[in-house]
Write a protein that binds this ligand. Structure first.
Ligand SMILES: CC(C)(COP(=O)(O)OP(=O)(O)OC[C@H]1O[C@@H](n2cnc3c(N)ncnc32)[C@H](O)[C@@H]1OP(=O)(O)O)[C@@H](O)C(=O)NCCC(=O)NCCS
Length: 151
């Protein structure tokens, strides 16, 4: 995709990022949640742009040699174009450069698309958290904790 640009997520992107997040994820984050997360020096995020409009982003956090992916979303119109894949790859590369040797992510047990994406990066289920999410029609209440170990 020629006009795709992936750059570090900046405070100026957060209003748009919040709107996208609220459209596709529940429970979703508030603008204050995003600001607070991005201010932390251990966090890092990347935003995908097409024609100067943000169409997806990912945020992670590293603590010593452990890291976690905190959130990932791509606008519906641009899903299935490899953007999620690109965002995960760039974040994992950054975590590796920061000295991370394992990465965790929590994912809804029903979220087959996200599970498939993480599976491609060799994330494996290490535990289940029943009743983790509030009841939302069509969604499982169970969170799966996935782990990737850099070899
Ligand atoms: C999960 C998500 C980020 C994936 O983003 P994406 O840009 O569509 O991902 P990609 O295009 O890189 O595709 C990744 C894989 O998922 C598959 N996929 C993506 N959307 C799909 C869909 N609607 N139906 C079936 N498969 C789908 C792709 O085919 C691809 O697998 P493949 O390479 O074997 O073909 C996106 O679906 C999304 O934002 N969902 C809502 C928010 C969410 O669930 N975030 C994850 C929280 S942990």
């Amino acid at each position: 995709m020629d006009n795709l640009e992936i750059i570090p997520l900046q405070p100026a992107h957060l209003e748009e990022a919040t709107q996208i997040h609220q459209q596709y994820l529940s429970p979703s984050w508030s603008l204050a949640n995003f600001k607070e997360t991005l201010e932390c020096s251990r966090s890092c995020g990347f935003a995908a742009f097409i024609d100067k409009r943000i169409i997806g982003f990912i945020i992670g956090r590293t603590i010593d040699c452990e890291a976690e992916i905190l959130t990932l979303v791509v606008s519906l119109q641009w899903q299935k174009c490899g953007i999620g894949n690109n965002l995960v790859r760039i974040l994992l590369d950054t975590i590796r450069l920061r000295g991370g040797d394992r990465v965790f992510i929590e994912v809804n047990a029903n979220n087959q698309i996200a599970r498939k994406l993480y599976n491609k990066f060799d994330f494996r289920v290490i535990s289940e958290r029943p009743n983790y999410y509030p009841p939302i029609p069509g969604f499982s209440r169970t969170a799966l904790v996935l782990e990737k170990i850099f070899l």
